[in-house]
Design a binder for this molecule. Sequence first.
Ligand code: HEC
Ligand code: HEC
Length: 320
Amino acid sequence: MDDRFNTIAGWTLFGGIVALGLSTLSAHYFLADKPERPEKMGYAIAGVEPEGGAGAAVLEPIANRLAKADAAKGEAIFAKCKACHTIDQGAANGIGPNLWGVVGDETAAGRGGYAFSDSLKSKGGKWDFARLDEWLTNPKKFADGTKMSFAGLADPMDRANVILYLNSKGSNQPLPPPEAMPVAGAAPAGGTAAAAAVVGDAAKGEKVFAKCQACHTIDQGGANGIGPNLFGVAGDAIAEGRGGFAFSDALKAHKGTWDQATLDQWLTAPAKFAQGTKMTFAGLSSAQDRADVIAYLNSKGGKLTLAGPAAAPAEAAPAK
Ligand code: HEC
Ligand code: HEC
């Protein structure tokens, strides 16, 4: 009986020791979460961009990723940042600074007197979208000596999503227009056309424009309504003129002209293109509808040479 008791006691004790050892180990393991975690982490929070790796895939420009990014997904990713950052207006600095309004703001300045590293301070300039993308890819690579001990977000869409989320918190900077992506090889002959190369049909676009007529006139000299008259808008300056129409600051913040790409982005999701826009229109989800309506806009006093086969006159289409 005694023997058995000792055996049981022995195993219990052993079990305790093992458990103790494990908890110590795991405590050590989870130190990886703390700011002073070792350079080599027990697990990857997120991998680091493969450096000069073979077959480096073409990175989609941040503007293009932002155009399809999702702030709600970004909020979920922000869980990784919360160990060190608050985001709400007026919230306290922690290990890292409060990030309210950081998009478009000075790099490593202000933030309630947060003590930034000299490394980040030496960068100067502002946090625009491209710079945030670079920073969040690999903070140490952006500013070796930074206090932000965070491996980075390897997934380009994760970065776009979280940046869009940051932008929704006190910044609301206008999103940059997407860039045309170089397509390998020549235009697909008769193949499935890439979205950017969708050929617009002005006649079909006129039908699509029925959706816009509640707010817009299009003929020359037409009155402004809820939205501005759109005669000659294709190729014209963004949010300017139009008989003194009172544009939102959100749209006015976009400089430049309405070219095919910006119109396409705008009509995909107006509120995403210019957060805070007065155009309460969900957008046209069909690339074909957008191409058609852009061709129609352009036929009404526009000055764009529409890209792709759209530029060719319809008569030139091969007869069946
Ligand atoms: C382990 C803590 C930690 C984590 C996790 C972390 N950060 Fe930071 N962050 C910091 C620190 C510390 C700084 C200040 C860096 C310096 O001064 O070099 C900083 C700075 C920043 C800045 C610059 C602020 C400014 O005003 O210049 C941004 C933007 C930022 N972090 C975004 C993020 C995002 C987004 C995430 C999550 C994807 C994240 N950080 C995750 C600690 C962290
Ligand atoms: C519910 C009303 C409404 C509908 C529907 C609507 N718009 Fe608008 N649109 C507006 C308003 C308001 C503005 C000004 C936006 C601002 O200032 O933020 C605007 C602005 C624009 C501009 C920019 C004009 C400029 O000079 O910068 C274009 C282009 C445009 N709309 C095209 C369209 C097209 C094409 C459609 C249909 C597919 C459409 N809109 C549907 C209300 C509307």
